[in-house]
Every structure is written in structure tokens, then in C-alpha cells.
Design a protein around this ligand. Structure first.
Ligand SMILES: *[C@@H]1O[C@H](CO)[C@@H](O)[C@H](O)[C@H]1NC(C)=O
Ligand SMILES: *[C@@H]1O[C@H](CO)[C@@H](O)[C@H](O)[C@H]1NC(C)=O
Length: 447
């Protein structure tokens, strides 16, 4: 498979916006900033997930430094915009006004009683998710165990479960060319999902995927494109690029059946970005994969490191599997979607289609069946409406020390200055994303 590398687009200077894109941005902007304004007036920090053990938060992947960034009561509102600017979806704030950014989700068990986030406490930190409808919807963190009861397998799928680890192993056995697992009760509209996986994508034509798919999207894995009206946000593990490189990762999405861009990350690229050893690949290392999904953006992260953000209205350019140059004006998926895992052999699918023959099990060169393991599935789901009366409640806004001494903490609501993220990021002209939507790393290495 030829790669859909972001390299050519990533190194270009941003060109003058085509008229159509400009028009679209003009049409979108008022609606988007209005939504952000409404949100920020009630939830300036995002959606409160709760008080968590600070020491355990600091062990999370991608969280840098033990000291954090020091703010004051008057400036702490800058923590969330700083995190968001760098592609992170979570802010961690202590009562001493220290701030860290994360995209990895904390362990559900790391949550503490609210008293641990009292003004004088050093045990806990308030954690916020940058949900665009934070003032109107409550978000919660939830583990989704992978068990025979919670996972629905499509016919012909081969799966085994490890009960203590609540993990799933998907493979191809018998005559099957596809194994698919849908996680029951995982349907959601916006939020975040994360899984730790060691997958197989070493053999030519053997692929694995972890994705959020709308129910209208057929669970077909043989193409990156879901059915006509389907939405999908995916990590695909495949042998990609030209020449093909085993254990490559393809970030993709589709909205109402239209592909919204792809980015191929080869092992050399993710090893560098994630500080993995040169021998570490997706097929021999458990790696954490995160998707943060909002109406204005989709962010992909590995090992707690944000790798790419697609923003609504942005032009995305990529090269597809056949080498064709494509572009799209990014629109975020907007239909409820649930978590799916799949493994498939494109060779076996092809052969079955051509010969209508039963296939041998897909084997790795060493003779073992091709297996992909998934564990630690969790999500942030924002499915509880907040009544006007509950908006000032601690469980929605977070601890009261976040609101002391700030001029915008008036009883009639907050002044929006500095909190309207969309306005802030468009007004200073740069938000850390190049025109392909890939975050550039500090060492100038671009994906
Ligand atoms: C733009 O705003 C972000 C978020 O406040 C800030 O971190 C960044 O440094 C600003 N960039 C410029 C070029 O001023
Ligand atoms: C992982 O992929 C490499 C190719 O990149 C292959 O040589 C190796 O055998 C695979 N290892 C496992 C454990 O599947």
C-alpha cells in the first residue's frame, strides 16, 4: 500500500486560502465563536472530570515535569488555552495554581474525594476536559472493560478474552478474512477514547484498526471509507508507504462518507516523536492510542503525545493509497459513534472475492497466527445535560479556588476575554498547527 504521507503538505508554506475555503470559514466562524462564547461563560476551564491524585496524574504518559507551570489566581485561566494550543485535551490544575497538560486519560481509580482538592491540599488536582459544550453537558471518565459480555463479535471473528486484564485479542483463524469487535454501550457524541494495544501489521496485507464509527457506517474494514453516510475516526495499523513499511500507523477520518484526510506515520517517525527505542514497533510494544473528538477538531495521540489535530474548516491535503493527491475541507464527524476493533487480511479478502475459495488462516512469517491485543479501554463521555441551576455547582465548574480574585467572576457570569478559544486562536494568527494539521515538534522533525 502506498503511503498517505503528510510530508509534502507539511513542509509547504501556508498558501493563500482558496476562495471556497475562505467563504466556508466566514460562514462557519460566527456560529463557532458563538458556541464557544456560550460555553466559556459558564465553564471557563472546560468540563470538570473531578479531583484526582496528583502523584498518579504526574505518572501519566505525556505529562511533562514534576513542577508544572506556575500561575496565580488571576492568571490560572490561561492554563486551558495553553494546553489546547499545544494539542492537549486535558488540563490538570492544583490548588497552588500549578498547571499541566495531558491527553492521556487518568485511571478511574485515581479519582479522590473533592476534599483532596480543597484550597490547602497538596494531594489532589482538578482535571478538566476541553469539551466545547462544557457549560451545557457534564463529562465523566469511564473504563470500558473488554469482556465477552461487553463486546459484540461479528460472525466469523476469532477472539479471546483475558478476564483479569479485561483485554481482548483479535485474530484471524479458520477461513475468516475479517474479525470485528464492537464495544456495546460505547456510543457517544464527542468526547475521548483511549486504548493500549499491541497490534499486528507486520505481514503484507494484514491490517488492524481501532476506531470510532457511527452506526450508519458499515463495519467494513477493507477500505478507509465507510458507507455513504457513515462517520469514522480511526487509527489503522498497516504495511503502508511506498516502499511499504510494516508497522506503520494511518490516522484517518471520514464524515458522512467523505474522507477527511489521512496521515501515514512510519515507525521511524513515531519512534522519534514518542522517544521509543529503535526496536519498538506497534507489533512488539504496548502503545497507548487516544482520539479526542470535538465538533471543531479531532486530535490523535500516541503515548500521550498529540500527533495531529484536524480543525473544522481547515484544508487537509494528503496522498491516498493509489498515489492520488487529494484535499478536503475538514468537517468533524457529527453522528453518535461507538468503539470498534478489527483485524483483516486484504490479501485474503481479495483472494476470496476472486476465487470464492476458503482461505488458510493468516499466519505471520514465524508461523504464528496474526493477533492484535487491546486493553485498558476508557473514554470521556459527555452525555449529561446540565440545567441552568446546576451550572454554578462544584461538580460542573470545579473547585471554588479556581474562581477567586478574578475580575470575570461576576455574579452575572464571566466576561469572555481570554476564554474564547476559537477567537483567541484565530486572533493571534497561529495555533501551532501547520496547514496539514500536523503538530510540528520542537526538534523541527515533521511527520
Ligand atoms: C497564541 O495564543 C496561544 C494561546 O494563548 C499562545 O500560547 C501562543 O504563544 C500565541 N502565539 C503567538 C504567536 O502569539
Ligand atoms: C514485527 O514486525 C517486524 C517487521 O517490522 C517483523 O520482522 C517482526 O517479526 C514482527 N514481530 C512480531 C512479534 O510480530
Amino acid at each position: 500500500m502506498k503511503g498517505a504521507s503528510g510530508t509534502p503538505a507539511a513542509s509547504q508554506q501556508p498558501a493563500a486560502a482558496p476562495a471556497a475555503q475562505l467563504l466556508l470559514s466566514l460562514l462557519l466562524l460566527p456560529a463557532l465563536s458563538q458556541a464557544a462564547t456560550q460555553t466559556s461563560s459558564n465553564a471557563p476551564y472546560g468540563a470538570y472530570l473531578g479531583c484526582f491524585s496528583l502523584s498518579r496524574l504526574l505518572y501519566m504518559r505525556g505529562v511533562e515535569g514534576k513542577e508544572g507551570k506556575q500561575f496565580t489566581a488571576d492568571t490560572i485561566r490561561q492554563c486551558m488555552p495553553d494546553c489546547k494550543y499545544n494539542g492537549y485535551s486535558l488540563s490538570i490544575i492544583t490548588p497552588a495554581y500549578r498547571c499541566w497538560c495531558a491527553i492521556s486519560m487518568p485511571d478511574v481509580q485515581a479519582q479522590l474525594p473533592e476534599a483532596a482538592c480543597a484550597a490547602s491540599s497538596e494531594l489532589g488536582a482538578a482535571v478538566f476536559y476541553h469539551h466545547e459544550f462544557a457549560g451545557k453537558q457534564k463529562c465523566r471518565l469511564e473504563a470500558l472493560p473488554l469482556t465477552p459480555d461487553t463486546v459484540q463479535l461479528s460472525s466469523g471473528s476469532s477472539a479471546t478474552f483475558n478476564a483479569p486484564a479485561r483485554s481482548l485479542t483479535l485474530g484471524l483463524l479458520g477461513s475468516s478474512s475479517v474479525s470485528q469487535a464492537a464495544v456495546k454501550g460505547s456510543s457517544m457524541l464527542y468526547g475521548q477514547v483511549e486504548v493500549t494495544a499491541m497490534v499486528n501489521a507486520a505481514m503484507d496485507g494484514f491490517n488492524t484498526a481501532f476506531d470510532l464509527q457511527s452506526s450508519s457506517s458499515s463495519c467494513s474494514t477493507s477500505a478507509a471509507v465507510p458507507s455513504k453516510s457513515g462517520d469514522r475516526i480511526s487509527f489503522q495499523f498497516l504495511t503502508g508507504g511506498s516502499p511499504p513499511v510494516a508497522n506503520s500507523v494511518l490516522l484517518g477520518s471520514a464524515t458522512r462518507g467523505a474522507v477527511m484526510g489521512e496521515a501515514l506515520i512510519k515507525p521511524g517517525d513515531y519512534q522519534k516523536r514518542l522517544n521509543l527505542g529503535w526496536g519498538s514497533r506497534t507489533n512488539n510494544t504496548f502503545i497507548e492510542y487516544t482520539i479526542s473528538w470535538q465538533s471543531s477538531r479531532v486530535t490523535y495521540a500516541m503515548e500521550g503525545v498529540p500527533l495531529a489535530t484536524r480543525k473544522a474548516g481547515q484544508e487537509v491535503k494528503w496522498t491516498d493509497a493509489s498515489g492520488k493527491q487529494l484535499s478536503a475541507i475538514f468537517a468533524s464527524p457529527s453522528q453518535p459513534a461507538s468503539v470498534h476493533f478489527s483485524v483483516w487480511s486484504s490479501q485474503a479478502i481479495q483472494q476470496q472475492q476472486q476465487q470464492q475459495q476458503q482461505q488458510q488462516p493468516a499466519m505471520l512469517p514465524n508461523g504464528l497466527p496474526a493477533l492484535s491485543q487491546f486493553t485498558g479501554l476508557k473514554r470521556i463521555v459527555c452525555d449529561q445535560a446540565v440545567s441552568a441551576a446546576a451550572r454554578q455547582h462544584r461538580s460542573v465548574r470545579g473547585p471554588p479556588w479556581l474562581y477567586v480574585g478574578q475580575s470575570w467572576d461576576a455574579s452575572d457570569g464571566f466576561d469572555d476575554a481570554g476564554e474564547d478559544i476559537l477567537a483567541a486562536s484565530s486572533s493571534n494568527g497561529s495555533d501551532g498547527l501547520d496547514d496539514s494539521g500536523l503538530l510540528t515538534s520542537s526538534n523541527e522533525h515533521k511527520l
